[in-house]
Design a protein around this ligand. Structure first.
Ligand code: PBG
Length: 333
């Protein structure tokens, strides 16, 4: 005799619901679709418009290519892109003045997409590292420390510039204290009521950003300087909840955990605790790592990528920023 009440074997055989594809489809708890994916895109002009050496398969696009890429992403069901401009060295400065240039590549990229492909949601990073000659996300004080409050004063103007240029989502990625509140206040005051803020809320000081810094050309400037005085310590988890709580209180609509794969525990805690729309960023180093394994022939490309992305959803991500967005969407379509 066996006890069906306590669900022991053989009354309960979990393999029954795995018997065939129809059953597996029926009991599946999590789905991944192109609508969950956000495609990060690098934008560059002139001689800077090249392939990204550290991210095989990723290229920096000029404005024409950018618009065409948005059209094909939308056709595949990917409805949002995150823009990362490559700034020529001569436009970088200690004070990041280019961040406030009304004719910057970021501003022109936003306008080009919103004009040609208005349904495409455009997300713009708000941070100073693409524009500083020292590669840090903010301006420095006399000691070389990233000055929190002086940086917030620039970030709020940068966010407003992008909102006025038509961006749908501003995404502060700098980890200054109080910046979400600054940005929300300035957007409200300017009647930019429907501009979303996706805050990089729990963003860690991670080695996995290396290929990105190569892609936007901030890595060499940063040199050996790290971002540990503002990005989070990978050892911390409770602190992530404090970061997220503050960003929500300051007016964030969507919160992000970054990087992705090594931080799925943080993602789950954030989703469970706050139940807010939550994004995960599968960052450049994760892309490079998976792509290297694919190129070596030791990881099945389609299965490996789709599994990695599905697991973000299972861990609590409503949306995923991933350099694989287009490739995955084509398989999912
Ligand atoms: C800029 C920014 C970074 C990333 C997104 N926005 C790099 C950093 O903080 O140094 C990383 C994205 C990636 O690695 O894919 N603040």
């Amino acid at each position: 005799m066996f006890d069906v009440i306590t669900g022991s074997y053989p009354g309960t055989r979990l393999r029954r619901t795995r018997l065939n594809a129809q059953l597996r489809d029926m009991v599946r708890e999590t789905v991944l679709s192109p609508a969950h994916l956000i495609q990060p895109l690098f934008v560059a002009e002139g001689p800077l418009k090249t392939a990204v050496a550290s991210m095989p398969g990723v290229s920096r696009l000029d404005l024409d290519e950018l618009v065409r890429e948005c059209e094909s992403l939308l056709a595949l069901g990917v409805g949002c892109v995150a823009l990362f401009p490559v700034t020529p060295a001569e436009r970088k400065s200690p004070g990041a003045e280019e961040a406030l240039n009304p004719d910057s590549l970021m501003v022109r990229s936003i306008k080009a997409i919103k004009q040609a492909v208005p349904q495409m949601l455009v997300l713009a990073d708000v941070a100073l590292d693409p524009y500083t000659s020292h590669g840090q996300d903010g301006v420095l004080d006399e000691q070389g420390y990233v000055d929190n409050d002086a940086t917030c004063q620039i970030l709020r103007r940068q966010a407003l510039l992008y909102a006025r240029s038509g961006v749908d989502i501003v995404a502060p990625s700098d980890m200054m204290d109080g910046r979400v509140g600054h940005i929300r206040e300035v957007l409200e005051r300017d009647s930019q009521k429907n501009t979303l803020i996706m805050s990089y809320a729990a963003k860690y000081a991670s080695a996995f950003y290396g290929p990105f810094r190569d892609a936007v050309g901030s890595g060499a400037n940063l040199g050996k300087g790290g971002k540990e005085t503002y990005q989070m310590d990978p050892a911390n988890s409770d602190e992530a909840l404090r970061e997220v709580a503050l960003d929500i209180a300051e007016g964030a609509d969507i919160v992000m955990v970054k990087p992705g794969m090594p931080y799925l525990d943080i993602l789950r805690r954030v989703k469970d605790e706050f139940k807010l729309p939550t994004a995960a960023y599968q960052v450049s180093g994760e892309y490079a790592m998976l792509q290297a394994a694919i190129d070596k022939g030791v990881l099945d490309e389609k299965k490996g990528i789709l599994e990695a992305l599905l697991c973000f959803r299972r861990a609590g991500a409503d949306m995923i920023l991933t350099y694989f967005a287009k490739r995955a969407a084509a398989w999912l379509a």
